[in-house]
Design a protein around this ligand. Structure first.
Ligand SMILES: NC(=O)c1ccc[n+]([C@@H]2O[C@H](COP(=O)([O-])OP(=O)(O)OC[C@H]3O[C@@H](n4cnc5c(N)ncnc54)[C@H](O)[C@@H]3O)[C@@H](O)[C@H]2O)c1
Ligand SMILES: O=C[C@H](O)CS(=O)(=O)O
Length: 492
């Protein structure tokens, strides 16, 4: 029996209430329906529902189910796997409104953003439904007259995956879709803060006909489940999305057990605006890159580096636009921005604000909190390059602006620190648009755009922002092994 707040539950108003599952999904069975971990709506503080607090043994049971189911799945033609994945994508889109409401309730983002994420999540499933049919191998001319050599691509087997709270649907399908398309089986632990989106995706995967054991969702306190994932010898691949600190710890343990590892970690994106930039395009790009998901995305602009000639016009326009954004509960009206995920996130964001102001920054917009959970979109000019928000990932709606002079100074500022996920560059100088990405140590660079993420392009970082890529035809390689077959013909 759920201990959810009745008001919170009623507000959900799902057309299909069965999509809200207060259970984990192991071996094709819905398990552990008793109250375990409360899931709270960050906008209201009210309990939305509970998920089971499963432990290491349950995670190992899921790994066993995945191990049992994977060979038959891999043996099916890629086209058959693709048809089933396409059906899953169709069901996700058919239930987009309900999935969006569920996401807004547990994560906080406005409904329009949540619906956009559902479309994005379905796009990965749709993309890899096809990509699984293109895992081509090679035929290599033999090194000896009687040698025939071929290279085949085989699914790695059982994949253990851990995902974060900020994109509770898309981060799930960005891993599960390529893994399943490749012929693997998946055991996934969603964030305990936002498990319902992942569980609803499992409801629809089951409905699409995905055989039992191929897609398992294990909910609960992170550590014991993570321990099983990085230690169990049946797990061939560990795929993590989350903070750099946790990813390094878990990824290192997984690598220590010689597992394949993909890490999608933290960012600290520089946003460079040169004097020759189109001001309207730069401000629009800044709004999209900074304030999407209340600044809680790994590729959000984290520090703005603006050349002296355009600086004053840019900060004035940005402050006006930020000031016009409304904050509120995503299920009540249509606010531009929802709450941060929890009190710890608010505290860290405001610590960055205070630090920037104490270091000489000038507050141009925002800078305060509403109802303890909504951080007003904030713009601070005159920020020191030594400020916390220049060195750490803020993960909140704060735009700190540093003025620079020369291009060389901008590149040095941009490459400072250890993150290497995303960077942005606004310029109308064609040579500079070629020259700068070569100098910027980041896995992804947006030029005259603040939106760089899609299912078709490889997503990922270098340095301390991760290992590997997700999405695009590069994304399925993470779940494939190469097998070189050398055959002697003619008996010898
Ligand atoms: N690079 C990317 O693609 C990408 C995408 C989204 C988020 N992120 C990053 O994720 C972070 C925000 O997400 P978060 O707060 O959920 O990160 P987090 O590292 O705190 O948690 C991520 C996941 O790891 C789990 N986890 C935490 N400690 C664990 C442990 N000891 N053992 C096993 N699992 C454990 C959590 O339960 C969650 O499911 C930010 O740094 C953001 O930049 C990166
Ligand atoms: O938080 C980072 C995610 O990857 C979100 S997105 O892919 O940039 O939309």
């Amino acid at each position: 029996m759920s201990l959810a707040d009745p008001v919170e539950r009623a507000r959900l108003a799902l057309l299909r209430p069965a999509l809200l599952r207060e259970a984990a999904f192991v071996g094709g069975e819905w398990v552990g329906g008793d109250a375990g971990i409360a899931v709270v709506n960050p906008a209201t503080g009210r309990t939305l529902g509970h998920v089971p607090d499963l432990g290491r043994g349950d995670a190992e049971a899921a790994i066993a189910a995945a191990t049992a189911a994977q060979p038959a799945w891999a043996a099916r033609p890629a086209r058959e796997r693709g048809l089933l994945l396409r059906r899953w994508a169709e069901l996700i889109l058919e239930h987009r409104d309900d999935l969006a409401r569920l996401m807004t309730a547990e994560q906080g983002k406005p409904l329009a953003e949540a619906a956009g994420e559902i479309t994005y999540a379905a796009a990965f499933v749709d993309w890899f439904a096809e990509e699984g049919r293109r895992t081509y191998g090679d035929i290599i001319p033999g090194h000896l007259a009687n040698a025939r050599i071929r290279v085949e691509k085989r699914p790695v087997g059982v994949v253990a995956a851990i995902t974060p709270w900020n994109f509770p649907a898309a981060m799930v399908t960005r891993k599960a879709a390529p893994a399943l398309a490749a012929g693997c089986a998946v055991v996934l632990k969603p964030s305990e803060l936002t498990p319902f989106s992942a569980l609803a995706l499992a409801v629809l995967a089951e409905e699409a006909g995905l055989p039992a054991g191929l897609f398992n969702i294990v909910t609960g306190a992170p550590a014991p489940i993570g321990d099983a994932m990085v230690e169990d010898p049946r797990v061939a691949k560990f795929s993590f999305t989350g903070s750099t600190a946790v990813g390094r710890m878990l990824g290192g343990r997984a690598m220590g057990n010689v597992k394949r590892v993909s890490l999608e970690l933290g960012g600290n994106a520089p946003f460079l605006v040169f004097d020759d930039a189109d001001l309207d395009i730069a401000v629009e790009g800044a709004m999209l890159s900074k304030f999407r998901n209340a600044g809680q995305t790994c590729v959000c602009a984290n520090r703005f580096l603006v050349q002296a000639g355009i600086h004053d016009a840019f900060v004035a326009r940005l402050a006006d636009r930020a000031d016009a954004l409304g904050c509120g509960d995503g299920l009540a009206g249509a606010p531009d921005q929802g709450p941060l995920i929890d009190a710890r996130a608010v505290a860290k964001t405001m610590a960055h604000v205070r630090d920037a102001l104490d270091g000489g920054g000038r507050l141009l917009a925002g800078g305060s909190v509403i109802d303890d959970v909504f951080v007003r979109p904030t713009v601070i000019a005159g920020v020191s390059p030594d400020a916390l928000l220049c060195r750490e990932e803020t993960f909140g709606p704060v735009a700190g602006v540093v003025r620079f002079g020369s291009e060389a100074e901008a590149v040095a500022l941009a490459n400072a620190g250890s993150a290497g996920l995303a960077a942005y560059l606004f310029t109308r100088d064609a040579d500079r648009a070629i020259r700068l990405p070569e100098a910027l140590r980041y896995g992804m660079v947006g030029i005259n755009t603040g939106l760089i993420s899609s299912e078709v392009a490889p997503f990922g970082g270098c340095r301390q922002s991760g290992i590997g890529r997700e999405g695009s035809h590069y994304g399925i390689a993470e779940f494939l092994e190469l097998q070189t077959v050398v055959q002697a013909v003619g008996g010898a």
